[in-house]
Write a new protein. Structure first.
Length: 310
């Protein structure tokens, strides 16, 4: 039976966070085209908001507002639309439709899994909107078919990711970490970065090391140790594609960051500060250097996609 469309249909709203990879170890490409990963994710307080309400069955639309909205597709290529359609196709293609509105803050193609956050948000929001009895595990399984980062974007917090980054184990993390992010005006498509990684690493190691130094620093709540342990195997590839990142990373280090790293596939750079006051200083100084589109101060870990109102 078709779901009646109420003219005064209520919005269901979800807030979804961005992520940084505190460690990102990458193995050799597999026949599937994916690379095995050993990564530690941390969600940080940069949020997209995904709002959905009922639309006619079979009708899915999306509007995108906020930062870099013009760079996000507003048709069926949008990951939030794909997420909504995936759920609808599974639970009853002739029953469900959704009007989706996204407000973006997470950089687009910036290495912080912004598209995956929107997909995670749409999965959660639509499951509530359509009153589906999906469990968190089921939502994560749907998410994994949309993108390797989507399961973590549903979960949030701090987690070890293996497989394609979609096999998750929560990681103990004490305290809150203060980050300064240098957001680029430029996009860096993830597949391009992995392709450059393949060129730079013709013989990648057969076994991926577990990022134990990062995990030990998190258990101890030791920001200095975490700063020293940050590692990203994709960084040389990102830097090869965007040589300007060398200067951005170097500037943050010279300004006293405990650690500096390209976030995921980049081009966002993340700088760890000792505390909130140091983060404020660092963000002011980085802004005045004029080497990136915008500087943002965030903390982590924070939750992943979460319902705001239903
Ligand atoms: O899973 P997702 O669509 O977000 O990944 C985008 C692209 O990044 C993939 O098509 C693939 O080229 C690359 N990727 C990879 N190995 C991973 C995750 C992503 O090669 N573990």
């Amino acid at each position: 039976m078709a779901t009646p469309l109420a003219p005064e249909a209520e919005w269901v709203r979800v807030r979804a966070s961005g992520k940084i990879n505190l460690a990102l170890r990458v193995g050799g490409v597999r026949p599937s085209g994916y690379h095995p990963l050993a990564t530690v994710f941390q969600s940080v307080s940069l949020f997209d908001e995904i709002a959905v309400r009922l639309d006619e069955p079979g009708r899915f639309t999306v509007r995108v507002h906020g930062e870099q909205a013009d760079l996000v597709p507003s048709d069926d290529r949008n990951l939030a639309v794909k997420a909504a359609r995936l759920l609808a196709d599974h639970y009853g293609p002739s029953r469900y439709g959704a009007e989706i509105v996204i407000r973006k803050t997470i950089p687009v193609a910036g290495g912080m899994a912004g598209g995956s956050a929107d997909a995670a948000g749409a999965l959660l929001a639509c499951s509530v909107l359509w009153d589906l009895d999906t469990t968190p595990d089921e939502l994560r399984a749907f998410g994994a078919t949309l993108g390797a980062d989507v399961p973590f974007q549903l979960m949030g917090g701090t987690a070890l990711g293996t497989g394609r980054g979609d096999v998750l184990v929560p990681v103990l993390s004490r305290g809150s970490y203060h980050w300064v992010l240098a957001l680029s005006g430029d996009e860096l498509p993830t597949p391009e970065v992995f392709r450059r990684f393949d060129q730079l690493n013709p013989e990648p190691p057969a076994d991926l090391p577990l990022p134990t130094e990062v995990m030990n620093a998190l258990v101890a709540g030791d920001a200095a140790a975490l700063g020293a342990a940050l590692v990203n195997d994709l960084e040389p590839a990102a830097v090869a594609l965007r040589p300007g990142l060398v200067r951005t990373l170097q500037t943050g280090r010279e300004l006293g960051a405990l650690g500096a790293i390209v976030s995921g596939a980049g081009p966002t750079c993340a700088f760890l500060a000792a505390n909130e006051a140091a983060a404020v200083d660092l963000s002011v100084q980085l802004s005045s250097e004029g080497i990136c589109r915008v500087v943002r101060r965030v903390t982590g870990p924070v939750p992943g996609a979460r319902l705001i109102t239903a």
